[in-house]
Design a protein around this ligand. Structure first.
Ligand code: PLP
Length: 389
């Protein structure tokens, strides 16, 4: 590829038309393998319901200082008080710090597995058991990922998952209750059909662009402008996914039947394999220009993206997007309840990590092109600017 050519590298996998018709496969990984899974529109709804279900409202929940923010908002909205523990500069949860911060007011521990990389779930389980409190395992960024042979989301009292960050589905989050205790949970209503339809069409159009190059891109642009007009005219309620904030109006929204259909038809093992292959390709091509956060991919890990450490996020993002790579600024902000000055390593992570896509829809050829563009952009980031010279 010439570096002037524009790529199309979406941040999420696209929807292939055949996936709408494919027969279901047996789901060997949670949440699909669990008889106790409840499905929602978002993972944040599962976080909110977990607080209510475990009767944690009024109590304190010990959460990582490295968080998205929306999961903290869900905890707060449900009536619990978040307290925070230290996470180091390699996404390493400081279990000793967690232990130190547990008080009689602590009613639960909250662990996030970052981008498919397993956190210290056994140590957290032990700590929770010693204090007789539940462990909430947040796998919103870690669907299909395992710690060796143990699937993530199966050790905590509950496992929480987001489907649409890993699979080409229009919406979907899940709550899995592990252990013997059963809870009677409401079956949330299906979301507005128009919302599911709008997200599905958008993922199909992205697929067209991915496969169709310039023709696909033109067609997508045309359909999108007609679609926007139609959506406006019909005043359709499109409940956006991937948003930054918790909205109580959507807390009862369930998952669409179409999501389940698409999810169950996926080759989950193939997805994990493709993601691992793409991650290794980037690791091999980028480790000399940007010190990797993780030098290896432990067995079972299904990476959500390649976490790249950069000095100037804004500049890098602009350069990658200019070339058609939809990189994402990963977790820029602390929730207001968390004091950044108490967690300098997390503040540093928030300033320096970009998500480079490595999902199942990207071929090795495309990954090679992505690596070329990233290398070029990193080089220009390091070149002294004219003003500085
Ligand atoms: C750690 C974590 N938990 C929960 C969520 C909420 O996921 P959803 O967008 O499905 O509500 C997110 C969203 O990015 C997240 O990063």
């Amino acid at each position: 590829m010439k570096t002037t050519d524009k790529l199309f590298v979406p941040s999420l996998p696209t929807l292939w038309p055949h996936m709408l018709m494919a027969p279901p496969r047996p789901g060997a990984l949670p949440p699909f393998s669990s008889p106790n899974a409840r499905y929602f529109y978002f993972a944040r709804n599962a976080v909110w319901l977990t607080i209510k279900m475990l009767r944690l409202d009024g109590g304190e929940v010990l959460m990582p200082a490295y968080h998205h923010g929306v999961e903290v908002e869900a905890v707060v909205d449900a009536g619990a008080i978040p307290r925070f523990y230290r996470v180091g500069s390699r996404w390493d949860v400081d279990v000793a710090d967690v232990a130190k911060r547990i008080t009689p007011k602590t009613r639960a521990l909250y662990l996030i597995h970052y981008a498919g990389f397993p956190g210290p779930v056994d140590a957290m389980r032990k700590l929770a058991d010693e204090h007789g409190i539940p462990l909430i395992e947040d796998c919103a960024l870690s669907l299909l990922s395992s710690d060796g042979a143990t699937p993530l989301g199966t050790t905590g009292d509950v496992g929480i998952f987001c489907l649409y960050k890993t699979l080409p589905v229009p919406n979907g989050g899940a709550l899995v209750v592990n252990g013997k205790r059963s809870y009677s949970l409401p079956e949330p209503p299906a979301p507005p059909l128009a919302s599911t339809f709008s997200h599905t069409v958008s993922a199909l159009l992205q697929n067209l662009e991915l496969r169709g190059g310039a023709v696909g891109r033109g067609l997508r642009g045309l359909v999108r402008s007609v679609g926007h007009g139609a959506v406006k005219a019909a005043s359709v309620e499109r409940v956006a996914t991937g948003t930054q904030h918790f909205d109580r109006r959507h807390v009862d929204l369930g998952m669409s039947p179409l999501t389940k259909r698409i999810a169950l038809a996926q080759d989950l093992e193939g997805i994990v394999e493709a993601r691992r292959r793409n991650y290794f390709l980037l690791l091999g091509r980028l480790r000399d220009v940007s010190p990797p956060l993780f030098n290896q991919l432990p067995a079972g890990v299904s990476p959500l993206f390649y976490p790249m450490v950069v000095q100037d996020k804004e500049l890098l993002l602009a350069k990658l997007r200019e070339k058609g790579i939809d990189a994402i600024d990963f977790w820029k902000r602390f929730h207001p309840a968390c004091d950044p000055s108490e967690f300098p390593e997390v503040a540093q992570l928030r300033r320096t990590i970009l998500e480079i896509p490595c999902h199942q829809d990207l071929s090795p050829e495309v990954m090679g092109q992505v690596a070329d563009v990233v290398r070029e952009a990193l080089k220009s980031e390091r070149r002294p600017s004219k003003r500085a010279s």
